[in-house]
Design a protein around this ligand. Structure first.
Ligand SMILES: *[C@@H]1O[C@H](CO)[C@@H](O)[C@H](O)[C@H]1NC(C)=O
Ligand SMILES: *[C@@H]1O[C@H](CO)[C@@H](O)[C@H](O)[C@H]1NC(C)=O
Ligand SMILES: *[C@@H]1O[C@H](CO)[C@@H](O)[C@H](O)[C@H]1NC(C)=O
Length: 447
């Protein structure tokens, strides 16, 4: 198989998947006929994922936040609540990464849609070990994502993924897995590609990928291109219309805020400035990134819990990053090649705080939603993915970064994820939550 060259000293990719994959191949060939006409156009679209994703965004954090990001080994993860967990049927966030000889469900050869900056295989990342792990929750099994079953279950349905570039990263992972069965088409995008609608014609299934990193409305203020003068105006009392615009069409939605809350911002309520975050020189009162995030989440979850439209809502927790060492942004690295074990990393205090805010606001909103018939669930992304320092592109977000003895000048990427890579496991978790539905009880969670 053409994939052999990507696997190094491991088993050939896909070779052990046997029955599962051959049934996918059959289904795939069946669909080839059906989508032949569409696929010419579609290929162009898929081949151009790159062009659609805001690639130029600066994800660097203010230096105050960077200080908190260093790895601090050997401190017990404090927020895993052992006592409470035993009572639940299965908390997906408690578990460990275990070896997975099967490897990933797709490669750069079998998915055309992997953006260049996540395409670690194509970009020459030398180690392959990071592809051979799967998340094993302690109290239950987590079967691998099955695109055939997923697409069948999602006939006539739609999902919305609302957030930042980490969401796009995850949507691309899902599209890669689903495209092994049916290639998606682009049905719609707005002018700035902030809203992109992917459509699977044979299943009448739609995915909305929506850029709304702060959940609330913001404007970027760029003073004469001087990056030290770059702020966002953040309106804590106005939801971002990018995600509310098509709200009545979502059957499922996955959302959270993002490290964009760490960026310099001037904070508004009722069109009045009420403070700022990280704005030295502006003589405004520091409002606090976590406090701003809490307000934005409250506005979002109150809207959802009280709405007439009742999608199945999944609140995803904060994305961890793994920058280590280095005094300046260009010196910081993430070159580990194996997952951490529980207790080997505690997480950055600022990030842990953001996750606490999410859990608190989720716990307030879920019962209100339940009374109104809106199901709101928590997907604790932060904890399992904190254990994967090995899954980021690092320098391999660019093509063969060290060719010809080049010295690295770009910043390492230690926050997005290689595709394929650990983030593919989120699809296993989503499938468990919405289709197998036995997270809290034996009743199916299917709508
Ligand atoms: C990104 O932003 C950080 C802080 O906001 C700044 O120090 C850095 O120079 C910026 N990098 C680029 C490439 O614009
Ligand atoms: C596709 O699904 C939508 C609901 O999402 C439904 O209104 C529409 O009738 C379906 N179309 C077909 C052709 O089944
Ligand atoms: C990671 O980088 C550090 C600093 O350059 C180096 O000491 C270490 O050996 C590297 N680790 C791996 C696994 O390459």
């Amino acid at each position: 198989m053409a994939d052999k060259d990507v696997v190094g000293d491991h088993e050939p990719l896909l070779s052990q998947e046997g029955l599962r994959r051959s049934s996918i191949s059959l289904a795939f060939f069946k669909f080839i006929g059906a989508v032949l006409l569409a696929s010419a156009a579609c290929y162009l679209f898929i081949g151009n994922f790159n062009a659609w994703t805001p690639e130029t965004e600066n994800h660097s954090l203010p230096l105050e936040e960077q200080d908190g990001l260093n790895i601090r080994p050997l401190r017990k993860e404090s927020s895993v609540r052992e006592q409470q967990l035993k009572k639940e049927v299965c908390d997906l966030s408690v578990g460990e990464w275990v070896p997975n000889p099967e490897g990933p469900a797709y490669t750069d050869k079998t998915c055309d849609g992997i953006p260049g900056y996540n395409n670690c295989l194509k970009n020459g990342r030398p180690d392959r070990g990071y592809l051979y792990w799967r998340w094993k929750p302690r109290f239950c099994d987590l079967p691998p994502f099955d695109p055939v079953t997923f697409l069948d279950a999602m006939r006539d349905k739609s999902w919305a993924f609302i957030g930042d570039s980490i969401y796009q990263n995850h949507v691309h992972s899902l599209l890669c897995q689903l495209s092994q069965v049916e290639e998606p088409q682009i049905l719609y995008h707005d002018q700035s590609f902030d809203i992109i609608t992917f459509y699977f014609p044979s299943h009448n299934f739609t995915i909305y990928e929506i850029w709304a990193p702060l959940l609330v409305q913001y404007e970027t203020i760029d003073n004469a291109g001087d990056s030290s003068q770059k702020y966002m105006n953040l309106h804590l009392d106005i939801l971002d219309s990018k995600w509310t615009r098509f709200y009545n069409q979502y059957d499922y939605m996955v959302l959270s805020g993002s490290p964009w809350f760490y960026k310099p911002s001037i904070i508004f309520e009722k069109s009045e400035v009420i403070g700022c975050h990280y704005c030295p020189g502006l003589e405004l009162k520091e409002y606090g990134a976590a406090r701003a995030y809490r307000k934005a989440l409250q506005l979002t979850l109150n809207f959802i819990a009280a709405s007439e439209h009742k999608p199945f809502v999944i609140v995803r927790t904060w994305p961890p990053s793994h920058y280590e060492a280095g005094d300046s942004p260009t010196e910081r690295i993430c070159n580990r090649t194996k997952p951490f074990r529980e207790g080997e990393i505690s997480g950055a205090p600022a990030d842990l705080n953001m996750r606490e805010v999410e859990i608190e606001e989720y716990e307030k909103a879920a019962p209100i939603g339940a009374r109104n018939g809106v199901r709101i669930e928590l997907l604790d992304f932060y904890h399992p993915f904190l254990l994967r320092p090995d899954g980021h592109p690092g320098p391999y977000g660019t093509y063969h970064p060290f060719d010809g003895g080049k010295k690295q000048n770009d910043e390492n990427d230690c926050i997005h994820w290689c595709l394929p890579g650990p983030i593919d496991n989120v699809n296993d978790m989503l499938m468990k939550m919405v289709i197998n539905g036995d997270i809290h009880d034996s009743a199916s969670a299917m709508l």
